[in-house]
Design a protein around this ligand. Structure first.
Ligand code: ZN
Length: 226
C-alpha cells in the first residue's frame, strides 16, 4: 500500500500522524509526505527578513524526521507561511495533482478542514479537490488528522468540529512520534502547550482509551471506496 500525507507545514505530518506513519513504514507500506508551505516566515514581521535560515533548518528537520519515521520522500512546495490565502487555490490544487499523478497513493491523509489555521483549512480543501474521485483515480481513501494547537483551538468555529471515527493503535510507535517531534526543536513547546511531549502523549492516551488500546491517533474518514 502506498500512502501520501499532505501537510501544510513541516511538523504537521508528525503532530497529525507521526505514530501512524512509523507503523505503516514498519509494516512495509510506502509512505510519502507532501509539505505545501515553508512554515517559518510568519514568525517575522517582515517575511523577507531573517527567514531563510529558519526555512532551511525546518527542511533539514523534515529530512531527519523522514529517516526516523521511515518516510520514502518529502516533497516540498514552499508556499508562504500562514498566507496560503494569498495563493490562488487552483495553483495549490494543480501542484497537488502533479504529486498525486507521480506518487499514485491509494490512501491520503490530510488536515481537518475546520482547523483554526488558515493554511490547514486550505490544505484540506485543495487535497479534496486534487484527489476528487474521477474515473481511474488511484486514491481509495482520504482521512483527516488533527493538529494540536490548531484543531483544538478552533473554538465555536463555523466548520464542523473534529469527530474522529478511525483510530490507529500507536502503542508501539508513540515513542518514535515523540522523538520525531523533538527533532523539530523550533516547533515544540513546554507543557501545557498542546505541542509539548506531555500533551501529545496525553492525547495519544486519550484516543487510545476511547478505542480500547494503550495509545492511538485519531482520524476522520473523509471518503472511501472499497
Ligand atoms: Zn501547521
Amino acid at each position: 500500500m502506498r500512502a501520501l500525507i499532505v501537510a501544510a507545514h513541516p511538523d504537521d505530518e508528525v503532530l497529525g500522524c507521526g505514530g501512524t506513519i512509523a507503523k505503516m513504514a514498519k509494516e512495509g507500506h510506502e509512505v510519502y509526505v507532501a509539505i505545501l508551505g515553508e512554515g517559518a516566515t510568519a514568525r517575522h514581521s517582515d517575511p523577507s527578513q531573517g527567514s531563510g535560515a529558519a526555512v532551511r533548518r525546518l527542511q533539514e528537520c523534515s529530512r531527519a524526521v523522514a529517516d526516523l519515521l521511515g518516510i520514502r520522500e518529502v516533497i516540498v512546495h514552499n508556499l508562504p507561511d500562514n498566507r496560503f490565502d494569498t495563493a490562488p487555490l487552483l495553483d495549490i490544487v494543480r501542484w497537488l495533482e502533479g504529486v498525486l499523478d507521480r506518487i499514485r497513493p491509494e490512501v491520503v491523509y490530510t488536515h481537518h478542514g475546520g482547523d483554526l489555521n488558515i493554511d490547514h483549512a486550505l490544505t484540506f480543501r485543495a487535497t479534496l479537490t486534487a484527489a476528487r474521485p474521477l474515473p481511474g483515480t488511484p486514491v481509495k481513501a482520504i482521512y483527516a488528522y488533527e493538529v494540536p494547537s490548531s484543531t483544538d483551538w478552533a473554538f465555536q468555529s463555523f466548520s464542523t468540529p473534529f469527530r474522529p471515527n478511525v483510530f490507529v493503535d500507536i502503542a508501539d510507535t508513540l515513542e518514535i512520534k515523540l522523538e520525531a517531534m523533538a527533532a523539530y526543536d523550533s516547533e515544540t513547546r513546554p507543557f501545557p502547550h498542546p505541542r509539548s511531549a506531555e500533551a501529545l502523549s496525553a492525547s495519544a492516551r486519550r484516543w487510545g482509551s476511547a478505542a480500547g488500546v494503550a495509545a492511538a491517533e485519531a482520524f476522520e474518514l473523509v471518503r472511501a471506496l472499497r
